[in-house]
Design a binder for this molecule. Structure first.
Ligand code: ZN
Length: 180
């Protein structure tokens, strides 16, 4: 946080460049970073690349969040979010770009993503619940927005230790999720 790249709206990724060696290297770098930090999502500006590309992968569907769906690794190029149904919910979000912190953010819970997949095909995906929060967190990065901007009640912005001590209980205790 503080790096201008995180605050600059990213540019559309050129469709003709999808599938090039440069593209594959970028996706590999993003995937390595995601795995190195144990996150579930990452946006290109987080590694200093100002293009509209996000990746999401949720392999470990930790059961304390009943709503977390297994989501195999995928690449979302030039994604757009459309709200398809009313309904907001809040989760404690975390971010690789804001290390050691958690914040409670409410977002729409029923959305559609229109994007290009990693072969350059137009695709659509409807997502709900916590997964909708994950997608919006990542796509915010492409607009230069951080989750901290969306914390309405600033008393719900905390160091991880205080989050665990004061906000994560009693039950079901939500596991902090790294939407890096
Ligand atoms: Zn993030």
């Amino acid at each position: 946080m503080g790096h201008p790249c995180l605050r600059t709206p990213a540019e559309d990724y050129p469709i003709d460049d999808i599938g090039t060696a440069q593209f594959e290297t970028l996706i590999e770098d993003m995937r390595d970073t995601l795995h190195a930090y144990g996150g579930i999502g990452l946006a290109a500006p987080q590694i200093g690349v100002g293009y509209r590309i996000a990746i999401i992968e949720i392999e470990n569907t930790q059961t304390r969040y009943g709503e977390v769906e297994y989501t195999p690794f995928d690449v979302y190029i030039n994604p757009l979010v459309t709200c398809i149904k009313e309904g907001q919910a809040g989760y404690w979000e975390g971010c690789l770009s804001v290390p050691g912190m958690r914040g409670f953010v409410e977002r729409p819970q029923h959305i559609r993503i229109d994007y290009l997949d990693q072969s350059g095909n137009s695709s659509q995906k409807e997502v709900h619940g916590f997964l909708a929060t994950v997608f919006q967190h990542e796509i915010d990065h492409l607009d230069g927005v951080l989750y901290v901007d969306r914390i309405k009640d600033k008393s719900l912005f905390a160091y991880e230790q205080e989050y665990l001590q004061f906000h994560a209980g009693p039950e079901p205790a939500p596991e902090p999720k790294n939407c890096v």
